[in-house]
Design a protein around this ligand. Structure first.
Ligand SMILES: CC(C)(COP(=O)(O)OP(=O)(O)OC[C@H]1O[C@@H](n2cnc3c(N)ncnc32)[C@H](O)[C@@H]1OP(=O)(O)O)[C@@H](O)C(=O)NCCC(=O)NCCS
Length: 208
């Protein structure tokens, strides 16, 4: 399945497809504004990747990260949906915050999420260098995402109660009545901390 797709740098021309994926991936109350994605792309372009369909050139999944100067520990405000990435950013920051990812619903369950998460992060870590720790937030009801993160070595650091807005019952990605988040972390072994910094090739394709 993965041979129909490749991981590519996201560009501003991918944003319409990225926003369509965002709306299909998350309940309305959790969807982040396109401004937030633009800011992430402008602040840390090396950390924003798409899963590109070789035939159509469309983005069918995305993985977006932020590079932070410090680890904010369990402070919920630091992870709030919609936060501006620039104040936390440092070009030599040791923390990679995995801000969001999703796969086109029709393509889920075929290992594409695992491919994008594993290969995408490996590419970012290799290209930017100096990352010592990865952090992410996941809804405590999102089993597929939690399974994926655990299988990649992430462990739960803390539970953040009442982190997500309540979502109308019965909707996809609703998460029932729960609003809690798991804060997960992965510390890179010393020999995995890359030191090289190679620029990613840029590519731009329209979303027809
Ligand atoms: C999370 C998501 C990206 C996974 O993508 P995917 O392509 O369907 O996942 P894969 O087929 O690669 O499977 C990845 C892992 O999730 C598990 N998984 C997949 N669907 C699952 C489900 N419905 N329930 C439990 N586990 C599931 C797989 O068993 C696999 O685990 P393994 O690596 O231990 O074998 C996708 O489901 C998605 O976009 N969800 C909506 C948005 C979302 O929750 N994003 C995460 C935000 S934190």
């Amino acid at each position: 399945m993965t041979d129909r797709f490749h991981i590519d740098a996201a560009t501003v021309r991918d944003l319409p497809c990225i926003m369509a994926l965002e709306r299909r991936g998350f309940a309305r109350e959790i969807v982040e504004h396109h401004r937030v994605f633009r800011r992430r792309l402008a602040t840390f372009p090396e950390g924003f990747l798409v899963l590109r369909d070789d035939a159509t050139r469309r983005a069918r999944g995305y993985l977006v990260t932020e590079r932070w100067a410090t680890d904010p520990d369990v402070d919920p405000a630091s992870y709030a949906l919609g936060h501006h990435p620039a104040p936390r950013y440092s070009p030599s920051g040791p923390v990679l915050y995995v801000a969001s990812m999703t796969i086109e619903p029709a393509l889920r369950g075929r290992r594409l999420g695992a491919f994008l998460f594993r290969e995408g992060r490996a590419r970012i870590l290799r290209n930017v260098g100096g990352i010592e720790r990865e952090l992410l937030i996941v809804h405590d009801a999102w089993q597929a995402a939690q399974q994926l993160y655990a299988s990649e070595g992430f462990v739960v650091r803390a539970v953040l109660p009442a982190f997500f807005p309540a979502v109308a019952a019965g909707r996809e990605s609703a998460g029932g009545s729960s609003t809690a988040a798991l804060l997960m972390e992965r510390n890179l072994p010393r020999n995995e901390v890359a030191t090289s910094a190679n620029p990613l090739p840029a590519a731009a394709f329209p979303c027809p």
